[in-house]
Design a protein around this ligand. Structure first.
Ligand code: JHZ
Length: 395
């Protein structure tokens, strides 16, 4: 049974940055969050149609950030050295940040955002411009055979029907093949109060507990879990066929993650009720802080036009009466407006100047990188604001 524990109000498409002409017919949905007592899965109550989020206008380029480029280079190196796959397929290849480290002759990709599928096809990687499902897995198997490594980063949690997704993976995975995927960690979200991991694209926020249940149901088994610091805390899950004997036996990392999650109470509804209270407090604290700074005449901007900040601004009702504008390095976002709250987005060169007193960290997951980069700002008295793990100002 799915039980609702959080209501983040009306929310728009989190990554759909708009031009003024698009304001009037912007799409909104009810962002409510549920806990499934049976599988222990945390999901959005209402899913948004995938075509509305992932299409040829998708603006999130993984490669815009140096830390993510490094992350995927190292991941590719680690998987190649450790498992020596003879062929590779990535689900949700975005701008090719991961597959670029593999040979195009035996590396394949699935990417429903047409703009990115074209990019990686042009780079020489056969990319299927489609949503991942059983039919597509069959087609890929017919064309290229089974796969030794199926990889996916930050997209399995986007998929509505997990049973279909995992069945499709199992069908395409070679006998000794491995399925490796990483997504934001529910435990980290709950510990850090980072409720902004919840938005349209994130149909689910995974615990290892829930994945263990759902993968087993689909005849796959987790044999290793890596806890990663990227994207505010993620888990990299390593799975394989459950019924084919191999020496990839579930190791201590699996047991440790399961027991940490149990200790935190991720298997109990009450834990989520407590989290909802914390989210409500975070909203009140953030809005009062911004309002009082505004009364003192401070100029506040937001740093990084993220999907996460779409959730925060819409849930808290923060518009450009509190935040003057957002700076972002992504060219496709500049000159546009934030979803729902319509705060203008400009380049850092244009907007991150001496007039700025405070910067709310929309990209709090890059806090260290940003702090290292923006020493001039903090030296002259500028302050950052974040809501993670609680609302605070720092420099
Ligand atoms: P970032 C995306 O979420 C969307 P978002 C997606 N749904 C997903 O699942 C997660 O990633 C994993 C800018 N920036 O990565 C660049 C600066 O301007 O936190 C980006 O637009 N200056 C696929 O949107 C944004 O911030 C900087 O110095 O929440 C960061 O977006 C840095 C470091 C970043 O993802």
């Amino acid at each position: 049974m799915r039980k609702e524990f959080l209501d983040l109000g009306k929310q728009p498409i989190a990554n759909r940055f708009l031009i003024e002409d698009e304001f009037d017919d912007e799409f909104f949905f009810d962002l409510k969050v549920v806990f499934d007592e049976k599988t222990k899965l945390v999901s959005l109550k209402e899913f948004v149609a995938p075509e509305m989020m992932f299409n040829e206008n998708y603006t999130y380029h993984s490669s815009t950030s140096y830390p993510m480029k490094e992350h995927f280079r190292k991941t590719a190196e680690l998987l190649t050295t450790r498992y020596k796959p003879s062929n590779v397929m990535e689900i949700g290849s975005n701008d090719g940040i991961f597959i670029r480290h593999f040979n195009p002759d035996n590396t394949f990709a699935v990417e429903p955002c047409g703009n990115f599928a074209k990019l990686t096809n042009d780079m020489g990687y056969k990319t299927y411009d489609k949503f991942w499902n059983i039919d597509l897995a069959k087609l890929i198997k017919q064309n290229h055979g089974t796969m030794d490594l199926i990889y996916a980063a930050n997209c399995i949690c986007h998929v509505h029907d997990l049973d279909d997704t995992f069945k499709a993976v199992r069908d395409l995975l070679s006998k000794d093949g491995i399925f490796v995927f990483e997504d934001p960690s529910l435990l980290r979200m709950m510990e850090r109060g980072s409720y902004d991991q919840l938005y349209d694209e994130h149909a689910h926020i995974f615990s290892v507990t829930a994945l263990d249940n759902i993968l087993r149901k689909n005849n796959l088994i987790i044999f290793r879990v890596d806890n990663l610091s990227v994207h505010g805390g993620s888990n990299r899950i390593y799975a394989r066929h459950a019924s084919i004997p191999t020496d990839l036996i579930p190791d201590e990392s699996v047991r440790n993650n399961l027991s940490q999650e149990k200790d935190f109470g991720l298997d109990r509804f009450e834990t989520y009720q407590v989290f909802a209270e914390r989210v409500d407090k975070s909203k009140n604290d953030l809005v009062s802080m911004l309002k009082s700074l505004k009364l003192e005449g401070k100029k506040i901007i937001s740093y990084g036009a993220t999907s996460k900040s779409t959730t925060v601004f819409n849930y808290c009702g923060i518009d450009n009466s509190l935040i003057d504008y957002i700076t972002d390095t992504t060219e496709d976002k500049q000159g546009k407006y934030s979803p729902g709250t319509h705060i203008p987005i400009v380049s850092p060169e244009e907007g991150f100047d001496e007039s700025v007193d405070m910067a709310y960290l929309g990209a709090w997951n890059f806090k260290d990188v940003i702090m290292n980069k923006e020493t001039e700002f903090t030296k002259r008295g500028g302050k950052f604001i974040t809501h993670v793990p609680q609302v605070m100002m720092f420099s």
